[in-house]
Design a protein around this ligand. Structure first.
Ligand code: GUN
Length: 297
């Protein structure tokens, strides 16, 4: 008989619980005169980005937030975007601003992210906020990394002194989660290794992981031969792969081969229903916290 302890890290359920808590706190904040407001700008019609933005809009409505979504043509000018961000920076009804990434090639992403007021940067992508994250100073933190730490905390996963291996060095996930996991805080305090496209023997590192965070964007790249028994796996990938047996013609999968890796792991996030819903919950939390801060000014 297999009496191995195994935890499915259910991001969907955790996200729903966080949003329930937020809804109650939001009602109190609204009663005191402040309705949290989130403004989102989406350029173009990338299907994945459109799904994410719709989901953010739906969550705002469900929580009673003020929600503004601008959907513009991909050809829109950088100047127009900067003007819109500037308007939101000085709009008292808006406490969070999010420009959906990736941006079209002709737009300078760095310039756009720098134009968002750090106080309203609920994505936590502004260099001021990323600098504070590295230093362990309270500030808006990027939603996916924050959601990962929250999920580990909610399931009481021991992190202190553990070896956390991050695969992927994106600005959105890999770099910030690396910097969060080594912080001297209750739900971090890890020894952290970051691997990326120039890592020649990836297995050498992933096999050492007590906690493995995969954020590569390659379908099912991490197999069971690349992990050790008892590993805790956080799969950030959301990949579409062709599947003719599905009505829509594709299925979603992570960067980790769930079926085989879950048999060796002590805890693992599913895809979908793992990290994705936590990202949205943290965006709502950042927007609420921003509104709280503004309400005290
Ligand atoms: N594109 C993919 N993830 C994100 C995110 O968390 N924020 C923004 N702004 N764009 C994204």
């Amino acid at each position: 008989m297999n009496d191995r302890k195994f935890i499915l890290l259910d991001g969907k359920a955790s996200s729903a619980a966080i949003k329930e808590e937020l809804k109650i706190k939001t009602e109190a904040l609204i009663s005191s005169g402040t309705r949290p407001g989130l403004a989102v700008l989406l350029l173009g019609e990338d299907p994945a980005s459109s799904v994410y933005v719709r989901s953010k809009e739906k969550s705002c409505k469900a929580l009673g937030f003020h929600s503004v979504v601008q959907r513009w043509a991909a050809e829109s000018s950088e100047e127009k975007i900067l003007e819109q961000v500037e308007k939101w920076n000085s709009d008292d009804k808006i406490h969070g601003i999010l420009v959906q990434l990736p941006l079209p090639k002709h737009i300078n992403e760095e310039k756009v992210l720098l134009s968002i007021s750090p106080d309203k940067d609920v994505d936590g992508f502004h260099p001021v906020n990323l600098g504070k994250l590295m230093l362990g100073i309270e500030a808006h933190q990027p939603c996916t990394p924050k959601g990962i730490v929250e999920l580990l905390a909610r399931y009481n996963i021991e992190t202190s002194g553990k070896h956390c291996v991050v695969v992927g060095r994106s600005n959105i996930v890999g770099k910030p989660i690396t910097n969060l996991m080594y912080q001297k805080s209750q739900h971090a305090n890890c020894i952290v290794t970051i691997c990326h496209s120039a890592t020649s023997d990836l297995s050498y590192f992933t096999k050492q992981a007590d906690i493995l965070i995969a954020a590569i964007g390659r379908p099912e790249m991490i197999g069971s031969d690349m992990v050790k028994d008892g590993v805790v796996v956080i799969d950030v990938g959301i990949n579409r792969v062709d599947d003719v047996s599905r009505e829509r013609g594709y299925r979603l999968c992570g960067d980790v081969d769930f079926d085989s890796v879950s048999k060796k792991s002590s805890a693992i996030t599913p895809v979908p229903g793992g990290v994705g819903p936590m990202t949205i919950a943290m965006l709502m939390q950042n927007t609420y916290e921003s509104a709280m801060r503004f309400s005290k000014i």
